[in-house]
Design a protein around this ligand. Sequence first.
Ligand SMILES: Nc1nc2c(ncn2[C@@H]2O[C@H](COP(=O)(O)OP(=O)(O)OP(=O)(O)O)[C@@H](O)[C@H]2O)c(=O)[nH]1
Ligand SMILES: [Mg+2]
Length: 429
Amino acid sequence: MPTINVDENLNDNILIIGAGEAGGRLAETFYYQGCKKVLAINTAHSDLDGLNIEESNKFLIPVTKGSGAGKDPNVVRNAVDSFYDDVLRFIRDKVKDVDSVIICIGGGGGSGGGLGIVLAQIISELNLPVGIVYTLPLMNESTLVFVNALDNLKEIHQNAKDASISPLIIVDNNKLVKEFTPTAANFWAPLNNAVVSVIRKFNEYSQKPSKFISALDRQDLKRLLSTGGVCAIGSFDINEDFDDIKIMEEIETRFFMDGFDLKTSSACGVIVVGSEKALQTNNSVKAINLVFDKLNILLDGGFFARGVYADENVRYLKVYVLFNGLTLPTEHINDMMKQVRAGYSKMKTQQNRLDDGVHVDFGNGVGGLFNSPTGARKIQRKSGLPTSDTYTDENPTSETTGADSNHRPSTPKVEQNPIRIPGMKRGGR
Ligand SMILES: Nc1nc2c(ncn2[C@@H]2O[C@H](COP(=O)(O)OP(=O)(O)OP(=O)(O)O)[C@@H](O)[C@H]2O)c(=O)[nH]1
Ligand SMILES: [Mg+2]
C-alpha cells in the first residue's frame, strides 16, 4: 500500500526564528517536527539552555546579563542599537536557500514582544518574506502581560495590514488550553504541537503531488500566505459518521482563536488528508465536498486553494484549514481590553514603567488601539526590492561568514543601516 513519502528536507525552505521563551519553545517544536532551520533568540540564558536545538543556532542578546527582560519589552527596544547589527549578521548567515521566515513569539513577553518587530525589520532587510506566529496570553496572566500583548500586537498588525508582515497568525492560548486540556507537567507542548502541525502540513503538502481531487501547490501557498491582514489557522478530524451540521460546527469552532469574521478574509486554503482506503470510498468524497462547500460559502469570494492527499496515519479524514486577509477579531480583543482596563489602575500605582514606555490607549478600546498608526513603526524593505506578495526564488543573501553565536565576526558590512531608513526607528517609541 503506498504511503506518504516523508521527506525531511521538505521544510528546508523555511527558517523559523523563536524569540523569547514561548517563541523558543514554538521554534523547538518546529525542530522536533522535522524543520532543521530553527533559530532561538532571547535575553535569558536559561531559556536558551533549555532548548533542544543546535547550540550554534542560539543567540543571547546581552542586555540584562542573560537574565531576561522581566516582561518589559522596553528592555529590548531601548537597547536595539547595541545588538541590531549582530543579530542581522547572525540571521544572515542562516538564511541560505530559504524562501521565507517565520518568527514565533509569545505576545505578552518582554523578550519576544520587544524583539518581534525588530526581527521582522531584519528579515525585510534581508529581502525575504516574513510571517509571525503570535500567541495571546491566558486570561489568568497578569495585567502587564495583557498590556504587552496588545501593545505589541498593535505594532505588528499595522505592518500586517499592507502585507509587510504576512501571514500574521494569531493563536489564543485560552482557546488552545480548552481544546487540548494539557497537564501541568506537559502544558505547552500539546498546544505548540497543534499550531506547528498546521503550518508544517501546509508547507509539506504544497510540495507533494496529489492523485486525488486536487493539489494545493507552492504557488497556491505563496498566494495564500502573502495577502496581509490576520491569518486564522486550525485543524479537525472527520469520522465516518459525519453530517452537514457536524462538519459546519467543526469548521466554525476549530480555529486556534475565536471571533474571526471569516467573510472579511481574502483567501482560504484547505488540506484534507486520509488513508488510501478512506479516500477510495464514496462516503469520504461526500465529506470532502461538504468541507469545500462550507469553506467556499464562508470565504464568500476570494482565493480558494484545496488539496487532498493520502496519509496512512490518519484514522479517517483530517482537515487543516487557514483563512488569511482577515480583520482582527474585535470582540475578543475588546474582552481583553476590558480586563486590561480593570487591572490597569491598580497596576499603575505599582509599575511606573507603563507610563514610560507602553502606550496603550485605554480610552478608546479596539478602535483607538488598533486603527490608529500612532506609535507603530513600519518595517522597511530596501527600496526596489520585493515585498512578501512578490516572492522570488533567488536568494540575495547567500553570503556567509561562517559566524556562529559564540564567535561572531567583528565587522562584516551591513548593506544598509536601518537607522537611516525613514519609518523604522530603532529603539525609539
Ligand atoms: N503557545 C505558547 N505560549 C507560551 C509558551 N510559553 C509562554 N507562553 C505565553 O507567552 C507569553 C510570553 O511569555 P514568555 O515567552 O515567557 O516571555 P519572554 O518573551 O521570554 O519575555 P521575558 O520573560 O519578559 O524576557 C506568556 O505570557 C504566555 O502566555 C509556549 O510554550 N507556548
Ligand atoms: Mg522569558
